[in-house]
Design a protein around this ligand. Structure first.
Ligand code: ATP
Ligand code: MG
Length: 262
């Protein structure tokens, strides 16, 4: 399989998009979701974050788009604090939530995808072309007149991705994009990631399902109990003792039916 890792800018021309320094997040019930996280996210990379349930992955993503605020530490987007720069983040960064239902706003599939571009003044033929392109990309064009409520779980997730694509953002954050997706659905999402990465998009993807995405990742980060245990190129991560952080080796092979059980 052809990988696209050669597209990542080399170290000296890496442009930092997000920068986190000693970022912690606690909640009023005493839960420490993230503890002193420091790393940068570069423009044009595909960064995959993984880790067990409750390790802080979704909280981390929400901090990036100002849905939550760090308790302590510094969180920058293009060198300004995320808090002070949320207008730029809203324009430039799209978020596909873990729960696709929370994101659906339109009465029809088409309306839902139109919502973002209409908000920034796109109309007429341009709007129609944008919506058609986004729905085609995720394989949902035939559902354009359906009510979102009747879509299957996987179709709703594809709709959420189409809506983010139509907004024209250059950075896409996805929280568990493969949840509920069938084989074709996973391939459509990955084809979309591949083609957008080639034209300069940045992806920040949280997934438990490394076997579906590790081959596309420029870097993989592992969160464990709110701590960032590693964030490196896949070949480096997989040479570390990553199973102690609750992450299954995605290179695990099945040779017989008996092997096909976790
Ligand atoms: N609003 C909140 N109030 C209190 N605790 C919270 C809140 N949001 C998240 N948490 C807690 O923070 C921790 C990290 O949650 P998070 O949703 O980031 O986990 P996750 O790594 O995304 O897990 P999963 O793989 O199950 O999606 C959990 O213990 C969770 O219960
Ligand atoms: Mg989560």
């Amino acid at each position: 399989m052809k990988l696209f890792k050669e597209n990542i800018p080399d170290a000296k021309c890496k442009k930092v998009l997000f920068s986190l320094r000693d970022v912690s997040k606690s909640f009023s019930d005493g839960t420490v979701a993230l503890s002193k996280i420091s790393f940068d996210i570069y423009e044009r990379e595909i960064l995959v974050i993984t880790g067990p349930n409750g390790s802080g992955k979704s909280v981390l993503l929400k901090l990036l788009v100002n849905l939550l605020e760090p308790t302590t530490g510094t969180l920058l987007y293009k060198e300004k604090t995320v808090k002070s720069w949320s207008s730029a983040i809203n324009r430039e960064v799209g978020f596909v939530f873990q729960d696709a239902d929370v994101q659906i706003l339109g009465d029809t599939v088409e309306d839902d995808v139109s919502f973002g571009p209409e908000n920034v003044g796109i109309k007429g033929n341009e709007l129609s072309n944008t919506v058609t392109h986004a729905l085609t990309t995720v394989g949902l064009l035939h559902k354009r007149t359906c009510r979102p409520a009747v879509l299957s779980g996987g179709e709703k997730r594809r709709l959420a991705i189409a809506s983010v694509l139509a907004m024209g953002v250059k950075t896409i954050i996805m929280d568990e994009p493969y949840a509920n997706l069938d084989w074709e659905g996973v391939r459509l999402v990955n084809d979309t990631i591949r083609s957008l990465e080639k034209i300069g998009y940045t992806f920040i993807i949280v997934s438990h399902e490394l076997e579906k995405i590790a081959g596309l990742a420029h870097r993989i980060g592992i969160l464990y109990k709110g701590m960032l245990k590693t964030i490196e190129k896949p070949e480096v991560v997989f040479s570390e003792p990553f199973e102690q952080w609750g992450v299954r080796d995605p290179r695990m092979q099945y040779h017989s039916f008996e092997d096909c059980v976790w």
